[in-house]
Design a protein around this ligand. Structure first.
Ligand SMILES: [Zn+2]
Length: 348
């Protein structure tokens, strides 16, 4: 298979295979931590919120696998989706810290004849494989995830930590950070909820498809649905770099034109502040936030808040939200709604 590849995939270590319902995607968490740390941390821990693990590491792994089951119940794929995950010491200081991050290990194009989707367009690895119906990276991981082990050492404030509960009906205790919704959000990025277009003017060059660094201007699938104005309908894939760059900071004018998101606005969108001209707004603040701008729904979305806003809010997960609709727009085959986020996960 002649696939263009953008990023090098990671190697496998060990893994635990999850059970899955018929038609559901099988999502595997690959524990990439060394003995005694991260997922293998043997510090004793009392079970909480439906998480039966009796060590810190066991609770971490159980939670990741629970999130994987949630996503797997929502999506269809004939290919195993592999997530290589670890807990690492990420940036953290008093008052703020990175909770975690995740993304595709690579992006590939569908060539020469796509069974579905668009040729000569970058897709996140897991989505590309599902569209191709074939493994695109020789069994290597499709998504990489790294979460901050320092959070559990109180790096943000004394006594603060991750909350490892997995039952949305159980309130998240004060002074803790709900890891479950955070992992749900981050793995959403890994499944393709992001654009490859650069938002960093001083780095990769705002407005530039990053795939074009080595090959001429290959768009990613998001550019088929993004528009910087509700007036022209000009799509990002048809714009110049300068036009896209202007869109990066164009709040409230950056919108998603995908049919599924638009059709579901009446049910899930929120308020008029989260929409513009009958379309869902995407996050495009006047001061660019690399890593957040464009690759999230607008933070103006409320009632309900959405899983893929730049900062998780309370009140998400009362129902399957527009995240599901957007994943359909970019090509995911999905199972019925309401198999995920069926309950409230408040007070994160
Ligand atoms: Zn995010």
């Amino acid at each position: 298979m002649n696939l263009r590849r953008l990023l090098a995939p990671l190697m496998l270590l060990s893994f635990a295979l999850l059970g899955a319902n018929a038609n559901a995607a099988v999502i595997v968490i690959i524990n990439n931590d060394m003995a005694g740390v991260g997922f293998n941390d043997t510090t004793p821990k009392t079970p909480e919120g439906g998480n039966p693990g009796t060590t810190l590491g066991a609770q971490r792994l159980y939670l990741f696998q629970a999130v994987a089951r949630e996503w797997g119940a929502l999506l269809k794929s004939n290919l195993i989706i592999r997530i290589i995950a670890s807990f690492d010491s990420l940036p953290c200081s008093s008052g703020s810290g990175v909770l975690g991050e995740a993304g595709p290990t690579s992006f590939i194009t569908l060539v020469p004849t796509p069974p579905s989707g668009h040729a000569n367009t970058f897709y996140a690895e897991a989505l590309a494989e599902s569209l191709l119906g074939a493994d695109g990276n020789s069994g290597a991981a499709d998504i990489q995830a790294s979460f901050n082990s320092s959070i559990d050492n109180g790096c943000i404030a004394a006594g603060t930590r991750f909350y490892y509960g997995v039952n949305p009906a159980t309130p998240i205790p004060s002074g803790t950070f709900g890891l479950y919704p955070t992992v749900l959000h981050e793995l959403g990025h890994g499944l393709g909820f992001l654009t490859l277009v650069c938002t960093d003017a001083s780095g990769c060059g705002s407005g530039q498809p990053q795939g074009s660094l080595s090959s001429a201007g290959i768009p990613d699938i998001w550019t088929y649905f993004l528009a910087s104005s509700t007036n022209t309908g000009l799509l990002w894939k048809d714009m110049t770099n300068a036009q896209r760059a202007a869109g990066v900071t164009s709040d409230p004018n950056l919108v998603w034109l995908g049919a599924n998101v638009t059709a579901d606005l009446a049910t899930f969108a929120p308020t008029s502040a989260g929409t513009n001209g009958g379309h869902m707004r995407m996050f495009a603040p006047a001061t660019v936030q690399p890593g957040s701008s464009v690759s999230h729904f607008s933070s103006a979305a409320v009632s309900p808040n959405l899983l893929m806003e730049p900062v998780l809010q309370s009140g998400v997960f009362n129902n399957t939200d527009l995240t599901y609709s957007l994943l359909k727009d970019i090509g995911w085959q999905v199972r019925p709604r309401d198999t995920i986020f069926a309950d409230s996960f408040d007070a994160i």
